[in-house]
Design a protein around this ligand. Structure first.
Ligand SMILES: [Zn+2]
Length: 689
């Protein structure tokens, strides 16, 4: 009896401990949710603010502004050493380069497949030792060791596009004959003869990290000229960022959502999941039978692997990350910006082209995004101009662009260089390079959509719009098969694709966020404001900013108040790490701006005719809040910060959000003590020791 009772007590105790943990878990996860919806609310309040609602006027940003041009200089080509790599692959065939055999005679190589296990690890396949070419089957990437009869040896890596990726075609649509077994192809071809089918357009997206529209024109003039003059690319003049950093650009572009709206994937949040939960646009293409590829260099700061957990399953058919991850181990002795004897950017250009060539008869979606040259330097990307130009020429010459929509783009402008400390640099940061080039057949097949796109060239546009455009492209090519959503919103299209898996349930989108995306194949209204486009005022390049004279007594008080609020916000963020991070003090304010709402906006009362053509400008809108933007220096560490500050005109309180504070000079080793413990505090922490 006593034994039973003791067991019961034990069970009750275990049960209550377990439920306590469960409660803690629930509270924790609820806290994150509350936190998220609160953040969205704050962001949306600032998006709705009065001064954000004016019709967008793009700032005039001269290319040759001497204030900016003083940071630009010419750079040498990337030098990866004089000894060429021995082995290369074309599509799936890897072989010793003929010029190497000519020098060294008979060469035998051992090939070992590098197979992805996760975004962070790989395993090696069986090693095959042959003189003949090696066919990639289990992976796109191989480790290669060769020796020649001359006694010379070579060790390195090679990449191609493996042979065995298959994708079942979507029902009622043209199958990808190139990737199916011969007997299936024969059968499909028979059936296809009776079916009216039109080919799908490929999507080839290539991007550079941190390249504004102006910087692209300055640093890649040959590529720019070829894109715009030979390929007829349309450069979006009003393409504006919607947040700070790479994920804030690429997540909306690839999913149509902000990170806050999507399931939790941040590494530091316990219980967070993988990025597999994101509704990536390439999945929509894959569902139609497209072959897919997504490629980034810089594996340690990958868009989805740096702060986020990365992908559990390989997200696309061909995924260059696995190569770069291994290269950082195996070829760590390579020269800067090189993998072995090949420049990093050439690897990506080449892999992308190989992918386009390999599946000539199938629809393809590829997104390659290069950061190595452009992320930390305003000048280095100039070293790639000739290569990018030649790559574009060769795509064109090989007819790979005949049925391809080429999207050449960037995520945002330069962020860390001193150039951002100037007013124009700051505006350029918000206006990344973004261009589309359409094949002639597209213009003929979809003239209305193409004309709309042309009309949008100078209008305010965002990553949300590009996402909606890609959705619209899918719809255009499958119209009749899939229904549009009732509100005609291309951004929600995948819900209606019958073969689509159910969207993850934990994607939340507010009323305000609905309608923020406009497909570029539709007309963007002339008077679109940053509020309409879901851009917060401080990211919106269209706004009128009034520079303030620092020693003007009318502004000295508010400038000091705003500066103190920024420093207080930083110190509040590090207070729990005070044993590691020193408190910061204000040294000086470099510049301050006041955000000016449009005069017309303040005076707009109502429409005076029923059609809404004419406005009654006799009104007087009360402004409740105004925004300031400051750049300041703190010590210790001489940190340079830029931040937006809201000034309430009723209470005279000033407030700053931590997320609105950017560090604009490098923190380098200053934040060493916090790297592992709390990486999100890096830009705010000056380590005491
Ligand atoms: Zn970036």
């Amino acid at each position: 009896m006593r034994v039973i009772r003791r067991n019961v007590q034990k069970l009750i105790l275990m049960g209550s401990v377990a439920s306590m943990f469960l409660l803690l878990y629930v509270l924790n996860s609820e806290q994150e949710d509350v936190d998220k919806s609160l953040k969205i609310e704050i962001i949306e309040r600032s998006i709705r603010s009065m001064m954000n609602q004016g019709e967008c006027r793009q700032p005039h940003l001269p290319l040759d502004n001497p204030e900016i041009m003083k940071f630009y200089k010419l750079v040498e080509k990337i030098n990866c050493g004089s000894k060429p790599d021995w082995v290369m692959c074309e599509k799936s065939i890897c072989f010793v380069k003929p010029e190497i055999s000519a020098i060294h005679g008979d060469i035998t190589c051992s090939y070992t497949d590098i197979i992805r296990k996760s975004d962070y690890t790989a395993r090696f396949g069986r090693t095959v030792r042959i003189k003949e070419p090696y066919v990639l089957q289990n992976s796109d990437f191989v480790r290669v060791a060769c020796h020649a009869t001359s006694g010379e040896r070579w060790f390195g890596m090679a990449y191609g596009i493996r042979d065995t990726v298959q994708r079942p075609p979507a029902p009622n649509l043209a199958p990808n004959l190139a990737v199916l077994p011969p007997e299936v192809v024969a059968q499909a071809q028979q059936q296809l003869q009776d079916l009216p089918t039109t080919p799908f357009y490929n999507v080839l997206m290539f991007g550079f990290d941190s390249l504004s529209r102006n910087a692209f024109m300055r640093k890649l003039p040959r590529s720019y000229a070829y894109l715009t003059q030979q390929l007829g690319a349309i450069v979006l003049q009003g393409y504006n960022i919607v947040g700070d950093g790479t994920p804030q650009a690429l997540v909306p572009l690839l999913t149509g959502h902000t990170e806050l709206e999507l399931p939790e994937t941040r590494k530091r949040v316990s219980g967070s999941g993988s990025v597999d939960a994101y509704p990536m646009i390439w999945r929509d293409f894959a569902r139609l039978g497209y072959l897919t590829s997504f490629n980034e260099d810089l594996p340690y700061v990958g868009t989805f692997t740096y702060r986020m957990n990365g992908f559990d399953s390989q997200p696309v058919d061909h995924y260059l990350r696995t190569f770069y991850m291994q290269a950082s181990n195996m070829l760590s002795g390579s020269a800067p910006n090189c993998v072995g004897n090949q420049p990093d950017h050439l690897v990506m250009l080449d892999y992308t082209k190989n992918f386009m060539m390999k599946y000539r008869d199938s629809p393809r979606f590829v997104f390659s995004f290069h950061g190595g040259l452009s992320h930390d330097s305003i000048n280095l990307v100039g070293a790639a101009d000739d290569d990018v130009h030649d790559w574009l020429v060769s795509l064109k010459e090989k007819s790979l662009l005949d049925d391809t929509i080429l999207i050449f783009m960037a995520d945002h402008g330069n962020r860390f260089a001193e150039v951002r400390a100037t007013l124009q640099g700051k505006q350029e940061e918000r206006l990344p390079f973004f261009s589309f080039a359409f094949p002639e057949s597209f213009k003929k097949r979809f003239p209305q959509e193409y004309n709309n796109f042309l009309a949008n060239e100078h209008h305010l546009s965002t990553p949300f719009d590009v996402h909606a455009t890609l959705k619209h492209l899918i719809h255009l090519q499958t119209s009749g098969l899939y229904e549009l959503t009732p509100d005609n919103n291309y951004d929600n299209l995948s819900n209606d694709i019958k073969t689509a898996p159910v969207q993850p349930r934990d994607i939340h989108i507010s009323e305000q966020a609905r309608g923020r995306a406009i497909s570029l194949f539709e007309r963007i209204p002339n008077n679109r404001s940053c509020a309409d486009a879901y851009i917060e005022p401080h990211w919106c390049a269209c706004l009128n900013w009034l520079p303030l004279t620092l020693n003007d007594t009318r502004y000295a008080g508010i400038i000091f108040k705003a500066a103190s609020s920024i420093v207080d916000t930083i110190n509040a963020a590090t207070v729990e790490r005070r044993q590691l991070c020193a408190p910061l003090q204000l040294v000086q304010v470099n510049w301050a701006l006041r955000l000016q709402p449009h005069k017309e906006l303040l005076e707009f009362k109502t429409n005076i005719d029923r059609d809404g053509f004419l406005a009654d400008l006799s009104g007087h809108t009360v402004v409740h809040e105004e925004f300031y933007q400051l750049q300041l220096v703190t010590q210790p560490g001489q940190a340079l910060y830029e931040a937006s500050v809201a000034h309430n005109l009723h209470t005279f309180n000033v407030t700053t959000k931590l997320t609105d504070i950017s560090r604009v000079n490098q923190y380098g080793t200053q934040a060493k003590c916090i790297y592992e413990r709390d990486p999100e505090l890096r830009k705010f922490c000056y380590c005491r020791e």
